[in-house]
Design a protein around this ligand. Structure first.
Ligand code: 13P
Length: 269
């Protein structure tokens, strides 16, 4: 099956516009030098700087190898919504992806499955690829609620969509307790939950859509963890926070993604 491998960097609230441009440039030159031999096997690479850096970073990205994502957006097209950013403003500056429902947005900015659902629909309507984030807290994991929480978030985030509409959706499984903590979710367990996400998606939209769905893992991904993660059958890439902020840490993670692309093409041959 030809599922995409995706390595995405969520830069969160880090870096000024000029620092963001520097990092984007360092990634582009790293792809041309360190990773040149892997040019035919690169995963899809997405970087997600803050809103105020998107325009400058868009102008910096020249190779066509790195796609640009936002970390959030409003679901409406325009209007009196002070402080918000609308989907057409993103597409106008070559943003192709948008992270939706990150746990930090759910935790600190009151996002719910309902608001996440509106944003996913708006992203799809504007041909932006939504990277829908789901994942349980430590408390929920300890209470054995992981599967229920993730299932509810997938169903809620993708409610009222039909199978034709969801072919661009990407889902990221990010256990909240693994984010920024250095505590990686065990690769087999992450794979199990990513498989559950695929199953829930399949129940909603059909098996062929489920087999094409990229499911990413996020939560303390590093160069030292990516290889094992990329060997899992149901983990199609990574959504990386802290380790995406330095080219020397993110490039080896991209390389890990390329390893998966290569392994998959050998398996097909
Ligand atoms: P860390 O990689 O810093 O744990 O963050 C993960 C994350 O939240 C990506 O969206």
């Amino acid at each position: 099956m030809g599922r995409k491998t995706i390595i995405a960097g969520n830069w969160k609230m880090h870096k000024t516009a000029s620092e963001a441009v520097d990092l984007a440039q360092a990634l582009e030159s790293g792809l041309k030098s360190d990773l040149a031999l892997l040019a035919d096997h690169l995963p899809q690479i997405v970087i997600c700087p803050t809103f105020v850096s998107l325009g400058d970073v868009a102008k910096t990205l020249q190779s066509g190898r790195i796609a640009l994502g936002a970390q959030n957006m409003d679901h409406r097209d325009s209007g009196a919504y002070t402080g918000e950013i609308a989907p057409p403003m993103l597409t106008a500056i070559k943003v192709s992806h948008v992270i939706i429902g990150h746990s930090e947005r759910r935790q600190y900015f009151g996002e719910t499955d309902q608001s996440v659902n509106l944003k996913v629909k708006a992203a799809l309507a504007h041909k932006l690829v939504p990277i829908l984030c789901v994942g349980e807290t430590l408390e929920q994991r300890e209470a054995n609620q992981t599967d229920d929480v993730v299932t509810t978030q997938v169903k809620g985030g993708l409610a009222d969509l039909d199978a034709n509409a969801v072919s661009n959706v990407v889902i990221a499984y990010e256990p909240v307790w693994a984010i920024g903590t250095g505590k990686n979710c065990d690769a087999q367990e992450a794979n199990r939950v990513c498989g559950l996400i695929r199953k829930v998606f399949g129940g909603m939209f059909g098996e062929s859509q489920a087999q094409a769905l990229p499911v990413l893992y996020g939560g303390s991904v590093k160069a030292s963890t990516i290889e094992e993660q990329m060997q899992q059958s149901d983990i199609d890439g990574a959504l990386v926070g802290g380790a995406a902020l330095k080219a020397e840490e993110f490039l080896p993670i991209i390389k890990g993604g390329a390893g998966r692309v290569q392994a998959r093409s050998l398996a097909k041959a």
